[in-house]
Design a protein around this ligand. Sequence first.
Ligand code: PMH
Length: 387
Amino acid sequence: MEEHGYFYRDTWAEIDLDCIAENVISVKKQLPQEVDIFAVVKANAYGHGDVQVAKTALAAGAVYLAVAFMDEAIALRNKGINAPILVLGATRPEDIRMAARFSITLTIFQKEWLEEAQKHLLTDERVSLHIKVDTGMGRLGVRTSEELKAVEQMILGDDRFQLEGIYTHFATADELDDSYFQEQLALFETILGALTKRPKYIHCSNSAAAIRFPKAYFNAVRLGIVMYGLTPSIEMEKEIPFPLKEAFSLQSRLVHVKKLQKGDKVSYGATYESDQEEWIGTIPIGYADGWIRKLQGQEVLVGGKRSMIVGRICMDQCMVRLPSYMPIGTTVTLIGRQEDQFISVNEIADKLDTINYEVPCIIANRVPRLYKKGGKIVDIKNYHLNN
Ligand code: PMH
């Protein structure tokens, strides 16, 4: 690796791009040929790295990318991504020219938005649009056939607008009780009936629905969490018909190792006290990296063994009670595998009383990302460059 691609810190996240490719391929195998995959790479690809995941997903068979905000789409364009990109969130109407300039597809759901956007777009500019239908998520979208008709008419009446798609989003596709999902799907089908012409893409499934409900495929699915090798929910864990490959791991190294005597204290508040002679190691990761204070007491892997984080987690560092003396430089795995031990993203989510989605998302930009393919490092995203 060139020196400028390097980082100067003994903490990093590893993203195994082969896992991402395999997960996309596994889903694709399940889908009929006419159903396309939109790879959801918002929030820096759920913390994994937008451009690296986008390229991997496209190479594995995804045809479209989806992000939350136009800034994320522009960032991908600036990094050389030419594939179509859908912005799932709301965009300001006055920003529509940026969508035209960067060939970014926007989500729309208000007639008034289109009226305002018309004022900003030049005659020769074109923007591709997907209409969002709110069938019960209560977030964004037209809620009735009448609203849909009004929006469709506005789009069809202006050459600068190109209606490419229509979609909705499920609130409960990952829950075993599918009654609310069925209601949403039925409402979507009813509302679709109000269209005068069906656009190229009709899509509504997230990962959970893409795995469980073929009748909700239409002709595209929006794949997020499963692409990263994570389960949409704990209750769905057993329903996934192929092995998920968890792509994200988090590693650090011991930067200081010392022997404490009975009664010695560790970290802010001096809340941890050794009750016997023991080895304590320091690792350079803390709450500013997203390894938040609530993770005190969480186990990490050192020398293939589970070891506990003791004392308060500081902004940039925390301390680990080692099973025995370990030299400086020993790898500490906070998420991932060492020998027969595995700390999954789900384990960390459980400790934090949250969902697995949140875990890689909150690992800060300050933590370098190291990309692997075929077991080799192929790219590094560090903090001081390439961010
Ligand atoms: N489509 C939309 C509109 C989404 O908001 C999301 C994820 C996905 C598809 C992909 O879902 P999946 O990761 O379950 O496959 N959105 C969010 C969210 O807003 N909060 O958590 C996940």
